[in-house]
Every structure is written in structure tokens, then in C-alpha cells.
Design a protein around this ligand. Structure first.
Ligand code: TYD
Ligand code: MG
Length: 449
């Protein structure tokens, strides 16, 4: 029986239930419901005396609003993903797997910003000051005038931030913060929500930009940062494949900028370095291209990026053929395979198919269909594509090739990296490249074979 005012909050998705259950009815996570006492003031909200006198302060749409000023941190890849710098008074959530490099990135961001005269604080709830300092020294940032603190008590942090004024504050991580106004333990949904709410309020009130670090966990043992996504102004995800040094910063939500922007970093011995030209990193331009490889001219955010799709089509050793894909959507692979089979007569139904996007990048664009199809056909036919040929285009279920966005940028980037030809939707103006225009996937495959 629940206590008065007690509810059960899913630590994975944040849904609230009145009764305990082994499985969350909202997100189906197991053992994720935890009893939490709601601390909501009783009674309906009565209007304040001031608002009763003058009503709501309505404005019009046509009034001039100046563009928000920005704090430029100097870490260009970070600034760009934020929409051209961090907006004062805004709250940013930086999410990512433990160990991906969130603390490293933000230490670098505050250090670089501090060197430019921005007043910065880095508050760690996970590491001691000595540890953070040690890391900064290893990264060559020891000279930066950043104020460091190791603290988990929300009360102390809020008090400290009211006394010392900063422009930019990092809270690492939101899951370690706790408020003594709530009974729930640190890391619970109630605590994470309360701490984030207080810090966002402080950001707005004092005009300080606050960056909250949030660990993303799949098991839901600690509250996912998802529960606070709606109260922050921007949500950034820091991603990286294990075994690769590349890290990608992606905007998932941004009230002050575009969300499809990415920042590319490389993790080294002395921290993260910015990758200004990702194509050169993801693409191996030396040597012959093997059968099964196709270079996709893609767009990530505002930038063109060339990446290699690698396919292997092999005889099935046991019963059911295997399909494995890394860096691309498996549903999309199934569709391309079906189109290759039924529209191009390339039967792969009884063969194992493996598809990999080189370098650990994740591609979401439909424009990659043709590159994936070309890689698969190249492997199946055991014919290598020309070394100097890039590929892009969307494949429809009917086997048609559709034009895609920003074809000129794709071609320009390919030309810059020494490509001479492109297999692209018919009608594309090649500029410096020779375009092999295709309207049907079957045509494209014939060109390879
Ligand atoms: P960290 O920033 O602590 O990750 P997070 O805050 O997301 O949990 O980064 C941890 C990893 O980064 C760790 O495995 C070591 C590696 N690393 C480097 O490779 N080079 C470096 O210069 C630093 C500081 C960390
Ligand atoms: Mg960390």
C-alpha cells in the first residue's frame, strides 16, 4: 500500500504510476519503479496579487528581438553544435555513455573559454579537485583560470553560484547532485529533476550558462537524463564507438540553433583535438579500393563528409542467412536488399550480408541508399568500383533513384578530396566531376558490372 502522496516513478522513462509493478507500463523496463514521495504544495494555484491587478503581460510577434549574445568558448566544433557559441542564461544537457569523454570535453571547453576571459567554473560531483586538476595538467590546460570545486550538495552549489558570479558553469554530473529538500536518493528521478530544475532556474535568473552532464544508461539503474530534456534549452549527445578514437558531438535539441549539426573530435593522449576536415579522417584515400567498398558523399549537419561503405556478401554457412550492419539502419539495409533482389535480379536472399560504415560514423541519411547498394553489388559481383568514384542517391521501393539535398556540396567535397567521378541521381550538375547520372538502381548496378 502506497503511503499518502507516494507515487512510483520509473527510473528509466520518468513515468509516474500510482501502484507498484514489476514492469513499467510506459516503457516496459523491468524493476524500474521506485517509490517517491511527491513534494507538491497542496491546494490550487491562486493568482498573485500583482497578476490579478494587471493580468498576463502579453506581447506582439512583430516586436524587435535582438539576436541572443553568445559566449564563444573557442572550441569551434563545440561552439558550432551549440549554434555559434553558448547563449548566456541557457541550460545545456550533455549526454553520453560513461567513459565516452564528456568530462574531458567540458574541461577543455571551460579552459579554452576561461583563457578568452570568460568566467568559468567546473563543479565535479564525481571526481576530487586533485583528479580534475591532474587531468587538466595532462591536457596542458593548467594555466587556464577556471574555478574548480568538488561538491554534490545542491544547496552548497546554488549558494556558491549566487555569491560568485560566473558566465559559464559545468555541473559534472547531474546524477550525482542531491537536494536535501527531497527524500529520494541521489541519482533518482526526483533528485535529478529537482537539481536540474533549480540549476536551470539559477541560469535564467543570473544569466549564467549552465552545462549539465548526464550519463546515459541502458539499464535504468540511475535516472536517465531523458527526464530533464524538456527543461533544458539544448540537448547534446556525445557519441563514440569503442575502439575508435573519434567522438561525435550531436545536437538533439537546440532552442538557439540547428539540431543536425555535428562536431567531430579525436581522443588522444592529451585530450580531444578538433577534426576540422572529417572526410580525411573517415576515408582511406591511399591504395586501391577493394570489391565491396563504395565511397558515400554524405552531409552531416552543415558539412559534407565522405565515408566508405564496406559490404561483404558471402555464402551462408549455416541455415538462415545472416544480416549484420554497423553504422547504418538495419531496416534500410533490408529494403535495399529487397530492391536489389526484385528490381535488379541480384539475388542475395540465401547469402550472408555484412555492411559496415568505416570509421565508426553513424549515417542516417536516405541519400546513402545508393552507396550501400553499390557496395553490396560490388561485393556480390566481386568487381571493385573505380578508386576515384563517389556515390549518393536515394533508392525508392520501385527501384528508382531519387535526387537528394545539397548535391553540389557533396560533389565539391568529393572533388576537393581528389575524386573525379560520381554515380548520382540523373540531372545532377557535376561541376568539376564527371557525373554518371542514373534514374534506376538497375542502371547503376549495370554500370558497376
Ligand atoms: P571522461 O571524460 O572521463 O569520460 P566521461 O566523463 O564521459 O565518463 O573520459 C574517459 C576516457 O577518456 C578514459 O577512458 C580515458 C580517455 N582519455 C584519453 O584517452 N585521453 C585523455 O587525454 C583523457 C583526459 C581521457
Ligand atoms: Mg566524467
Amino acid at each position: 500500500m502506497a503511503r499518502d502522496g507516494a507515487v512510483y516513478v520509473c527510473q528509466s522513462c520518468g513515468a509516474t504510476q500510482t501502484k507498484w509493478a514489476g514492469q513499467c507500463p510506459a516503457c516496459s523496463a523491468w524493476n524500474s519503479l521506485v517509490e517517491e514521495v511527491q513534494s507538491r504544495p497542496p491546494g490550487a494555484l491562486a493568482p498573485s496579487r500583482a497578476s490579478r491587478a494587471r493580468g498576463l503581460d502579453f506581447r506582439t510577434l512583430e516586436e524587435e528581438t535582438p539576436a541572443p549574445p553568445r559566449i564563444i568558448t573557442g572550441v569551434d566544433e563545440f561552439d558550432r553544435v551549440c549554434g555559434g557559441g553558448v547563449v548566456p542564461g541557457s541550460a545545456i544537457l550533455l549526454g553520453g555513455d560513461p567513459g565516452v569523454g564528456k568530462s574531458t570535453l567540458l574541461l577543455q571547453v571551460v579552459a579554452w573559454a576561461a583563457r578568452r576571459g570568460v568566467k568559468c567554473a567546473y563543479i565535479s560531483g564525481e571526481e576530487a579537485v586533485e583528479q580534475v586538476r591532474g587531468r587538466a595538467q595532462r591536457m596542458g590546460l593548467a594555466d587556464a583560470p577556471v574555478k574548480l570545486a568538488a561538491e554534490t550538495s545542491l544547496r552548497e552549489i546554488l549558494d556558491g553560484l549566487k555569491r560568485d558570479k560566473f558566465d559559464l558553469v559545468v555541473i559534472d554530473s547531474i546524477q550525482t547532485m542531491w537536494s536535501d529538500a527531497h527524500e529520494a536518493g541521489p541519482g533518482s528521478v526526483t533528485q535529478v529533476r529537482a537539481a536540474a530544475g533549480e540549476l536551470v532556474r539559477l541560469a535564467k535568473k543570473q544569466g549564467v550558462a549552465v552545462i549539465l552532464v548526464g550519463h546515459v544508461t541502458k539499464e535504468g539503474t540511475i535516472a536517465g537524463p531523458r527526464v530533464i530534456e524538456h527543461i533544458v534549452d539544448a540537448v547534446l549527445a556525445f557519441e563514440g564507438e569503442r575502439g575508435y578514437p573519434f567522438r561525435i558531438l550531436r545536437g538533439a535539441k537546440n532552442r538557439f540553433g540547428a539540431t543536425d549539426e555535428i562536431g567531430v573530435f579525436e581522443m588522444g593522449d592529451v585530450g580531444l583535438s578538433e577534426v576540422k576536415n572529417p572526410s580525411a579522417l573517415f576515408l582511406d584515400t591511399s591504395g586501391e579500393r577493394a570489391a565491396g567498398a563504395a565511397v558515400f558523399a554524405g552531409i552531416e549537419g552543415s558539412r559534407p563528409v565522405l565515408v566508405e561503405f564496406q559490404a561483404l556478401v558471402a555464402p551462408t554457412a549455416y541455415g538462415t542467412p545472416r544480416r549484420a550492419v554497423v553504422g547504418w539502419d538495419s531496416g534500410r539495409l533490408a529494403m535495399v536488399l529487397a530492391v536489389l533482389e526484385s528490381r535488379c535480379g541480384l539475388g542475395l536472399g540465401n547469402r550472408d550480408v555484412y555492411l559496415n560504415v568505416a570509421g565508426g560514423l553513424r549515417i542516417n541519411e536516405p541519400a546513402a541508399d545508393l552507396a550501400a547498394a553499390a557496395a553490396l553489388a560490388s561485393s556480390a559481383l566481386d568487381i571493385a568500383l573505380p578508386q576515384d568514384c563517389a556515390v549518393f542517391g536515394e533508392v525508392s521501393l520501385s527501384g528508382d533513384i531519387r535526387p537528394v539535398s545539397r548535391m553540389d556540396s557533396r560533389l565539391k567535397e568529393a572533388a576537393k578530396l581528389g575524386f573525379k567521378r560520381a554515380i548520382a541521381p540523373a540531372g545532377t550538375d557535376g561541376g568539376p566531376l564527371k557525373v554518371i547520372g542514373v534514374t534506376r538502381l538497375a542502371d547503376a548496378i549495370r554500370r558497376i558490372g
